[in-house]
Write a protein that binds this ligand. Structure first.
Ligand SMILES: *[C@@H]1O[C@H](CO)[C@@H](O)[C@H](O)[C@H]1NC(C)=O
Ligand SMILES: *[C@@H]1O[C@H](CO)[C@@H](O)[C@H](O)[C@H]1NC(C)=O
Ligand SMILES: *[C@@H]1O[C@H](CO)[C@@H](O)[C@H](O)[C@H]1NC(C)=O
Ligand SMILES: *[C@@H]1O[C@H](CO)[C@@H](O)[C@H](O)[C@H]1NC(C)=O
Ligand SMILES: *[C@@H]1O[C@H](CO)[C@@H](O)[C@H](O)[C@H]1NC(C)=O
Ligand SMILES: *[C@@H]1O[C@H](CO)[C@@H](O)[C@H](O)[C@H]1NC(C)=O
Ligand SMILES: *[C@@H]1O[C@H](CO)[C@@H](O)[C@H](O)[C@H]1NC(C)=O
Length: 231
């Protein structure tokens, strides 16, 4: 299964970085470039050109595992990864109204070289977004965004139904489907405020500015300053 995905990836993704969600499931193969999607399907917001699926996969109502292959990197070995959730089916295409609910802090993946390579990243216990109010049986969509070095974003989704964490239908998580390939590293992303915006900066930022040296703040919107050093 994994092997065939890798082959699909190798043969289809000739243009740029792409994402295949290997756990808990995937809307389907969107590694396609054709006349309808001349730049490739995966660039299309919010789910890489794939419509909402009817074959939803169960996922624990307490949060759970998400694994993906960040894909094929030609000429740019790093990318930023965002994992979001959209609630319900009241939005366009019977999917969520929006995908504006982050599930994990964004992070950077760092590949071994500028050459293309396969590999898997697994987040074993991704929590629900802050303030989520869901129950068993509710539907939602998990979106993985891969932000390429040049600023363009690739999208992939899996449609889920929240289930009891002990539901026997949940696919077992083990070292076969949840592992980090050794050749893909990861890095945290921080904001370093260099110039405050015109208005009132937050108290945390003010403290940083008063300290005036290299203080790292974990959770502000990303300025991504200083990461070029890794390229
Ligand atoms: C749903 O069906 C599509 C099309 O057969 C398949 O590509 C996809 O992997 C399936 N998704 C899940 C979560 O089973
Ligand atoms: C391109 O691929 C998508 C996904 O398979 C398909 O829906 C669409 O019809 C294709 N377009 C053409 C022109 O073949
Ligand atoms: C969740 O999705 C499934 C499959 O698409 C559908 O049958 C079910 O009615 C949906 N449940 C809710 C609460 O919308
Ligand atoms: C996103 O959708 C949720 C409902 O799922 C809604 O409560 C929220 O206001 C929406 N947020 C934005 C920014 O549209
Ligand atoms: C891991 O779990 C999957 C089902 O999610 C199963 O197919 C596979 O055999 C398991 N692997 C091991 C080593 O137990
Ligand atoms: C894989 O790496 C990510 C990012 O560093 C980390 O959060 C996760 O726990 C790792 N997964 C495993 C299975 O060790
Ligand atoms: C900025 O916020 C502080 C405290 O919240 C307030 O005292 C001050 O007047 C504000 N300054 C401006 C320019 O709005």
């Amino acid at each position: 299964m994994l092997k065939s995905l890798l082959v699909t990836l190798a043969s289809a993704a000739l243009v740029s970085a792409h994402t295949v969600i290997t756990y808990p499931g995937w809307r389907g193969n969107n590694l396609i470039t054709n006349e309808t999607f001349p730049f490739g399907m995966q660039w299309i917001y919010p789910c890489g050109g794939m419509g909402t699926s009817t074959n939803r996969t169960k996922w624990p109502v307490t949060g759970g595992t998400i694994a993906f292959q960040p894909g094929w990197f030609q000429g740019h070995p790093t990318a930023f990864i965002y994992v979001n959730l959209g609630f319900g089916t009241d939005g366009p295409d019977h999917g969520p109204k929006n995908m504006s609910n982050p599930m994990s802090p964004p992070f950077q993946i760092v590949g071994p070289s500028k050459n293309p390579y396969p590999g898997t990243v697994c987040l074993p216990q991704v929590p629900l977004p802050a303030g989520a109010n869901v129950k068993i049986g509710d539907n939602a969509t998990i979106q993985i965004v891969e932000l390429a070095l040049h600023g363009a974003a690739l999208y992939s989704c899996v449609d889920i139904t929240f289930s009891d964490p002990n539901d026997p239908d949940l696919a077992e998580v083990n070292e076969t489907n949840c592992f980090n390939s050794t050749d893909i590293g990861s890095a945290n992303i921080y904001t370093q405020i260099v110039t405050p915006s015109g208005g009132n900066v937050s108290s945390a930022a003010q403290r940083t500015l008063k300290g005036s040296t290299f203080t790292l703040l974990g959770w502000l919107p990303l300025a991504l300053v200083g990461l070029w050093a890794l390229v």
